[in-house]
Design a protein around this ligand. Sequence first.
Ligand code: NAD
Ligand code: UDP
Length: 333
Amino acid sequence: MKVLVAGGAGYIGTHTCVELIQAGYEVIIADNLCNSKMDAVYRTEQIIGQKIPFYLVNISVKSEIEPVFMENKIDGIIHFAGLKAVGESVEQPIEYYQNNLNCTLMLCEMMKKYNVKKMVFSSSATVYGDNEVPFTEDMPLLPATNPYGESKVIGERILQDFIVAHPDYAVSLLRYFNPIGAHESGLIGEDPEGIPSNLMPYISQVASGKLSKLKIFGNDYPTSDGTGVRDYIHVVDLAKGHVKAIEQLEKNAGVYIYNLGTGRGTSVLELVTTFEKVNQVKVPYQIVGRRAGDIAECYAGVEKAKNELCWAAEKNVEDMCRDTWRWQCYSIK
Ligand code: NAD
Ligand code: UDP
């Protein structure tokens, strides 16, 4: 089966390419490198020991993406292409809606025209808003508090409507919790531009001395130690979830929705302490006020993915901290 990995040069995309190829899938990447580097693709090729066909294209532009479908008999798509910075999406809502929705719409158009019946879509736990934990797939979605989150809610809706009109097609909506960590080779991982807005890359840059101190956003939440709780999932476990999802779509039609998380919440302070312990480093921090838009607690209900996808996360927070640090020390310039 030939899989087009849209946005495949990115953080989750590169890890997923490794798992797909190791599971026997043929992979093609389409990416415009707006938030990634060609080096990540070369490093992915180094891990798997083979070349990956790569198209430098804007997926939302028909004249750029259509040749990929004309030149290849694509059987399924894994759709990672999108902009993902929550804060930036508040400042640039139109760019976020335009890019994220147009990529999804254009891929649907290509699926119809080229008879590609399978798509796995990157959604996010952000679609649950501030629901009761654990978040389960049957919960009604709450309006997102930022354009990025809303682009995921709308993206899910577009794909559900697409399947109503094309019931012989199949779509999997995967709601990721907080992906962190890196491939254990140390060759690929997350390398955000500028000052990171997410916790793990920030911790890792403080530990390396690149940043001086972590700011912990609030210690007055109703959680065990007052700091925010999230469900951190190792990016390699997440990547394996995509292989299970595409396998499921090979045999079925319709819409499938799954949380990809561990089911376990970790507080900011627990993550900092674990990082320090497993890597024998110091992460100086100071407590500051809450960050606007943050919720207290977020973790996944994982039963549905376990029962229907036969997938469960295997790596723990120690693994995530160790692998992030290896990547930070050996690969980030
Ligand atoms: P990433 O930015 O590393 O990867 C996304 C890739 O898409 C990048 O390589 C970028 O260059 C590419 N891209 C964006 N717009 C494009 C366009 N118009 N044409 C071609 N390529 C384009 O992000 P990631 O962390 O790997 O996330 C992948 C997907 O998962 C995104 O859709 C993101 O919203 C979603 N997601 C990520 C997280 C997370 O915390 N990383 C959590 C939930 C959901
Ligand atoms: N966080 C923090 N300092 C930072 C970045 C994040 O204290 O510099 C906290 C944040 O308030 C939240 C948790 O870490 O409780 C995870 O934040 P992240 O931005 O990584 O993920 P998200 O909020 O999108 O789940």
